[in-house]
Design a protein around this ligand. Structure first.
Ligand SMILES: [Zn+2]
Length: 624
């Protein structure tokens, strides 16, 4: 539509000669300036800057992909005598861990992890990898390295796609966790097997898999020796070396790793989470001293926040409490579930009477009580947040409490954790967190551990997995420093196929489908990029519904808003929008379909909104 420019007011562009103004502001369009503006009134702020469009919105990752435009070739049939490695996920993020190994007509999958939503995936519970590649293929086994959610969180969703009768193998802790979840989800996996470490299992004709012990923050963590027709591969899972492991559990068998290396290993797939960081990971046992120092000075209750799945930490909190004459309350369903399983398997062995209920704790003096709960990430409805905000039915915060945050903050959660710190501090308790003392030992290998692993296994190829691209590259440097040629250290991408023959390795440019499949409420895979984009726009810009009808041969236009003030409440806005819509309606014959008309009108109305108000709502046009 044509803009009238009746205003006598010089604008920014007109000041510089008589050039045609490039941009006219709200009032230049003939809208009358609000009269009698009083202090405290609402008004449209007039400026000379053209508001910039933010929508359609690209996430930084999408923008870079568009810029790089890496061609992704379709998958070619698998050649005879070739092992194909399919990174379904986990090599461009922390989480989503899932990798396929395929030979002839058989395929095995290592881990089925989820990825939690990032700031651009509003409302999404999590995502799982896309397993379209496995369609009509024979999956002879799904092998689980350990019970953390980024390795087993996708099991039920993905087994639903592959078939609940697909054989799945896990070590005892992960096996019990899957069984527990199985009960909750009413989805029975008919071939769920428990395997023993160092005992080989034959999966189909082509793969033999031997789980081996690795140190990690949950018991029964395993790596895999995978024997294939083209050679031997080692997949570490999540791991670190622990020089002083906690009791009641097996630890890394260095001799076994070395012996395996001597037999000849084609490729070592190894955890990158912390491998780009210099030094060695600290032992869980070293955390004991820092924890004891805090307990020594605590005058009243100690409240610890950690993940329920970091069982080693919970175990340490229990034993430290016992040492200082405290009883322990485990708060939260997941905390109780994990510890119950760990106790059943003998990994956690509290003295009789140590674990008590909150009701019993209320009868004890405060300096004899430890409360162990979830919520170290500032999650809105986790146990700790509820205690702090007074919403917990179990207990409330007391000024003399000591709060220990005993796990690292997952990137992206910093602000939520900061808020939680502030809410706690306002009420008096002292906070200890992992940055100020050694109350958290990472569960992942650092640079020196990684180099030691490489020197033990001596692989022909070193393949960094598990982590964001910068972590994978940081991990690759460990191999370079040990003399590996770059050609022997492939950097993977999600979906990008890697192939091995008996005497070579090929980094192909073929990609298996690797779009994330969202879990959105109970909908798995339905919500895609378009829906997520709309959510972003709606959440920040609101919704404007334009209803167009005809009455006695005349158009009637009605506006409804969600998350925006009513159109009529902003002076001149209705008039401006009406003019824009009516100008389009003057010649509707140029549109080939109702959809084309709606799309065009939605775009133009959004332009007017941006121009007049600086907002870009999601516009929905309904023509009746
Ligand atoms: Zn883990």
């Amino acid at each position: 539509m044509k803009h009238s420019n009746k205003s006598n007011k010089p604008n920014h562009n007109q000041k510089h000669g008589n050039k045609k103004p490039k941009f006219r502001n709200f009032y230049d369009k003939g809208n009358t300036k609000q009269q009698n503006l009083q202090a405290g009134d609402s008004f449209i702020f007039e400026d000379s800057f053209r508001p910039r469009r933010s929508f359609p919105f690209l996430t930084p990752g999408q923008a870079l992909n568009k810029h790089l435009h890496i061609p992704e070739k379709k998958v070619q049939p698998l050649k005879k005598g070739t092992l194909r490695v399919i990174p379904f996920g986990g090599v461009e993020q922390v989480g989503l861990n899932c990798m396929g190994f395929e030979y002839e007509d058989e395929l095995i999958i290592v881990d089925m992890g989820i990825q939690f939503a990032d700031q651009y995936q509003l409302g999404i519970n999590a995502s799982i990898p896309d397993l379209s590649y496995c369609k009509n293929k024979k999956v002879t086994g799904v092998c689980i390295t350990h019970g953390h959610i980024d390795h087993i969180g996708g099991v039920f969703y993905m087994m639903e796609q592959l078939g609940r009768d697909t054989p799945i193998f896990a070590t005892p802790m992960a096996y019990e966790l899957i069984k527990l979840k199985q009960g909750e989800m009413k989805a029975e996996l008919t071939k769920l097997n428990e395997y023993k470490v160092y005992k080989p299992s034959q999966l189909g004709k082509h793969f033999q898999i031997t789980p081996f012990v690795v140190d990690h923050s949950i018991p029964d963590s395993a790596g895999f020796l995978i024997e294939t027709p083209v050679g031997r591969f080692v997949h570490t899972g999540d791991w670190k070396f622990d020089s002083n492991p906690l009791p009641y559990r097996p630890s890394t068998n260095y001799d076994w790793l070395e012996a395996t290396g001597k037999r000849g290993v084609r490729g070592l797939f190894s955890d990158s989470t912390n491998a780009h960081l210099i030094g060695s990971s600290i032992s869980e046992s070293e955390v004991i001293h820092s924890m004891e120092d805090i307990f020594k000075t605590a005058k009243a209750r100690v409240i610890t926040a950690t993940f329920s799945s970091i069982i080693d930490r919970v175990m340490l909190i229990i034993s430290t409490s016992e040492k200082f004459g405290r009883k322990v309350v485990l708060l939260g369903r997941s905390m109780n579930n994990y510890i119950e399983i760990a106790m059943k398997l003998g990994y956690v062995r509290p003295k009789p009477g140590t674990i008590i209920s909150m009701q019993d704790a209320a009868q004890l003096p405060d300096d004899q009580v430890t409360i162990c709960c979830t919520g170290a990430q500032g999650e809105r409805y986790a146990a700790l947040m509820r205690i702090v905000t007074g919403e917990s039915r179990d207990t409330t915060l007391k000024p003399d409490d000591t709060i220990i945050f005993s796990s690292s903050v997952i990137p992206g959660n910093e602000r939520a954790v900061q808020t939680l710190f502030d809410l706690i501090s306002q009420q008096g308790p002292k906070i200890h967190h992992y940055r100020e003392s050694e109350i958290h030992a990472g569960g992942h290998a650092k640079s020196e551990d990684t180099k030691k692993m490489i020197s033990l296994v001596k692989p022909e190829y070193y393949i960094p997995i598990y982590g964001y691209p910068h972590m994978l590259r940081g991990n690759a440097r460990n191999a370079y420093e040990m003399g590996y040629n770059k050609k022997k250290v492939p950097i993977l991408r999600n979906g990008k196929l890697l192939e091995f023959t008996k005497d070579a390795m090929y980094e192909t440019d073929q990609y298996a489908s690797h779009e994330l499949k969202t879990i959105d409420g109970r909908m798995v895979g339905y919500t895609g990029p378009k829906e997520l984009h709309d959510r972003l726009q709606i959440s920040s810009q609101g919704v404007l519904v334009v209803t167009i009808s005809k009455k006695s041969g005349k158009y009637v236009i009605h506006y409804a808003t969600v998350g925006l003030p009513p159109v009529e409440s902003v002076p001149g806005l209705k008039k401006s929008l009406d003019q824009r819509v009516l100008s389009i309606l003057k010649d509707v014959s140029k549109f080939k379909s109702a959809e084309e008309f709606s799309n065009f009108t939605e775009r133009k109305v959004c332009d007017t909104m941006l121009h007049d108000t600086g907002k870009e709502p999601k516009v929905v046009v309904v023509a009746q």
